[in-house]
Design a protein around this ligand. Structure first.
Ligand code: TXD
Length: 307
């Protein structure tokens, strides 16, 4: 059996970290594509030299030629510009939409069977655009944000309760914006509902921090945005797809009537396996959660309308 081919479209902070993690976790051969000359090649060469240290047998090629993604099984798209302090994710829409249109055409031509994970912001609108440009079935085009936003919620809750992060189970749904929806009703620690362990006021404060966590990182870094955790989150999705794990996680997907939403891309709970999005799970939400989900969908729709 030949090794899987993972094409990383954009070889910046997240793209480079994705290449590193793909190699360390033996996911397959990697192509790092970017428009900046020399940079993807340099990162690829550096990673080639890392492989013997950890004994990982993966080929990694850096390139400025989109044709090198030919036949990729998975494409992870980070090409675009990140936020600067004070910017919202939505401020990136015009610049990044042009980039997504361009790379989307390349994916359609050279990797027509690929499973596509979009990371570029504004996430939900860019995932929507990617599906439109490629014309791929919606099951094969998803956006990564829910895994990261959920991880941020889990991390802050574990810190609050002084427990292992693995004891906290949570969901953050909706768009990847400041109006994302931490779903308190399905968040537990060791199986115990979270609102039995933490006061409502503290939960409000933690959820506010989750919504602003990306911005908190941007403000500290001053140049660029978070990259370790976004890359790790996308790798979890790549593995769920390649190894048919049927993992339940939150991802931006095209709604077809679920939760009373249609056509828009939005973070919902899904089952991710070798067919891509195998199912969108419809869970019963509290009234305020459902209302927040619809408000978030309205903002994403506004961005899609700009496109
Ligand atoms: O949860 C999430 N989805 C996110 C999303 C979390 C954090 C950051 N998120 C967004 O990911 C961020 O707002 C950006 O839109 C993307 C990529 O973030 P990254 O930190 O990797 O940005 P970089 O380091 O600037 O890398 C982007 C690369 C850069 O090397 C450019 O030269 C390249 O994209 N680029 C292109 N590559 C290929 N083709 C084209 N046309 C192109 N244009 C720019």
């Amino acid at each position: 059996m030949s090794r899987k081919k993972i094409a990383l479209i954009g070889a910046g902070q997240i793209g480079g970290t994705l290449a590193l993690l793909s190699g360390l976790r033996n996911l397959g051969d990697v192509v790092l594509y970017d428009v900046v000359e020399g940079m993807p090649q340099g990162k690829a060469l550096d990673l080639q030299h890392l492989a013997p240290v950890f004994g990982c047998d993966f080929a990694v090629k850096g390139t400025n030629d989109i044709r090198d993604i030919q036949g990729a099984d998975v494409c992870v798209v980070t090409s675009g510009i990140p936020r600067k302090p004070g910017m919202s994710r939505d401020d990136l829409v015009k610049t990044n939409a042009d980039i997504i249109r361009k790379v989307g055409e390349g994916i359609k031509t050279y990797a027509p069977q690929a499973f596509v994970i979009v990371i570029t912001n504004p996430l939900d609108a860019m995932a929507y655009l990617m599906q439109q440009v490629t014309g791929f079935p919606a099951e094969r085009v998803v956006g990564m944000a829910g895994v990261l936003d959920t991880a941020r919620y889990q991390a802050f809750l574990a810190e609050e309760l002084k427990v292992s992060v693995s004891s906290v189970s949570a969901f953050v749904l909706g768009g990847h914006g400041d109006d994302m929806v931490p779903v308190r009703s399905y968040t537990t620690c060791g199986g115990v509902p979270i609102d039995k362990l933490i006061s409502s006021e503290r939960l409000d404060a933690i959820e506010k921090r989750v919504r602003g966590a990306g911005g908190e990182v941007v403000a500290l870094l001053k140049t660029g945005s978070a990259f370790y955790s976004p890359a790790a989150s996308a790798i979890q999705m790549v593995e769920a797809y390649l190894f048919d794990q049927k993992k339940v996680l939150a991802a931006a997907v095209r709604c077809t009537g679920e939760y009373g939403l249609d056509k828009v891309y939005l973070g919902l709970p899904i089952i991710l396996g070798s067919k891509g999005v195998e199912k969108i799970l419809e869970i019963e939400l509290r009234d305020e959660e459902r209302k927040a989900l619809h408000e978030s969908a309205g903002r994403v729709q506004g961005l899609i309308d700009i496109l």
